[in-house]
Design a protein around this ligand. Structure first.
Ligand code: HEC
Ligand code: HEC
Length: 163
């Protein structure tokens, strides 16, 4: 786990870490151009948790950061693991979907229609960019909103760690 922790530290630093001074980091190379939105070398299902973490740090996070920042640079300038995995990510071992994520109600329900009218642009971005890109990055064919968002509230509210 030591290597993973070290890599994580590097990964976080490489992504700018804190909120400040991110937009014009030194000689930015496009992660999308450099690595491509492509599947992992070995199937995701067969990867160890450590390999998965490494893949997230080295590829998924930088590429997704670029996509989210391209959508809304101001809101997602500091995009990182926590945006998908939630504040409690370490306590729950990066289990997805993170219970603290926005709940995407099942299609056809009033809740789903409510989401469409409240977040039309977000949903479009999620449908057209985020979901298909994540599917490609994981090499998982029928990856859906539910891979990242809960579709119902948790039965028992998980204790949220205070920061
Ligand atoms: C764009 C969303 C997104 C971002 C950003 C992201 N992840 Fe993930 N991560 C996922 C999804 C989705 C899965 C689960 C995939 C699956 O198995 O269905 C996952 C799985 C994982 C797993 C494997 C968990 C397990 O038990 O199999 C680890 C570890 C992980 N992520 C760590 C990280 C770290 C560390 C970062 C930041 C460097 C990060 N992730 C950034 C979406 C994301
Ligand atoms: C790879 C992970 C991932 C997938 C798949 C995904 N989303 Fe998201 N979604 C996110 C992240 C990350 C955010 C931003 C969260 C934040 O602002 O902290 C988000 C935000 C949203 C928001 C805005 C919520 C708010 O409170 O501002 C909506 C609505 C949404 N997603 C709907 C969807 C729908 C519908 C789908 C399926 C078509 C989907 N998402 C698929 C990761 C994902």
């Amino acid at each position: 786990m030591k290597t993973v922790a070290a890599l994580l530290a590097v990964g976080l630093m490489a992504c700018g870490g804190s909120k400040s001074a991110d937009s014009k980091s030194t000689g930015k190379v496009s992660a999308i151009e450099a690595m491509g939105i492509t599947p992992p070398d070995s199937p995701w299902e067969e990867m160890s948790v450590e390999d998965r973490e490494f893949y997230m740090i080295g590829k998924v996070n930088p590429i997704m950061k670029e996509l989210f920042a391209g959508y809304d640079a101001e809101e997602f300038g500091d995009f990182d693991c926590v945006h998908c995995h939630g504040e409690e990510m370490r306590e729950i071992d990066f289990k997805m979907p993170a219970p603290s994520m926005y709940i995407v109600p099942p299609e056809g329900t009033p809740g789903h229609r409510g989401m469409l009218s409240t977040f039309p642009d977000e949903v479009k971005f999620m449908q057209e960019v985020v979901t298909p890109s994540m599917a490609k990055l994981l090499g998982i064919e029928n990856f859906s909103c539910a891979g990242c968002h809960p579709s119902a509230p948790p039965k028992k509210k998980p204790a949220k760690p205070k920061r």
